[in-house]
Design a protein around this ligand. Sequence first.
Ligand code: BGC
Length: 264
Amino acid sequence: MSPAASAVPFAAIGLDLGGSSIKYGVVDQAGKLVESTFSHATTPAGAHPQAVAEVMAQIISELQQLTGSDLFGVPVGVTVPGIVIDGVVHSAANIDDAWIGLDAVALLRGQLNREVSVLNDADAAGMAEVFAGAGSFAGAPIPGSTLVLTLGTGIGSAFFRDGNLFPNVEFGHLEIDGVDAESRAAARVIREENLSWDQYIERLQRYLSHVEFLCSPDLIVIGGAVSLDHEKFMPQLKLRARIVPAQYNNAAGVLGAAHRAMNH
Ligand code: BGC
């Protein structure tokens, strides 16, 4: 690292777009989240791209004030809850359809005045877990097949073989028993349908058994806010794979997005 680079305390900004909130934070040169910068803003109703881009610009100015730095030249990584190929969004299950076909990198680069990388939210969370969290050991990805699932508004999935990401895997949209899997097993249904843990475990078991049958992971990492309650459901799941809660929980998307921006 050059002396000039090491003098810059902030390496990248991570913005994690969800249906209800945009989580954000800054990482330092070591790739660690600067905890005091981790926060969230409300996603504008409907999550239209232009409205989201404007909120993201406000977030950057808040981060500038908070850090006392103009964050000049600090790149930003942005997650989107949809398929992202070369910066273009190709699906939008829980956000405005205007994202579909949109060059999100071009939109956000113009709005945020800095280099932008865009990736799927679960891929970002998965990278944080596999490189430095529950899917890693001694600072390296655990060898074998690792599936990271985020259970939230939808079901996000990220699939890795020996630390290599197979991007844009959409296991939340498997059709199981005639319905889109995430409409039955995402964490939001617990509240929406007022499910008991036993009822939710039954749905999760059905879902995870099917996914395990399809891709035979060695390790399954469960993320999303529900993973904080892992003791209530994880011990009862019967799977061949080892199953563990995520380490970063709701900061994983921000971390993974920032890491992507650092390494872009
Ligand atoms: C989307 C995925 C996303 C997941 C979690 C699904 O509905 O299709 O791309 O990763 O929700 O947000």
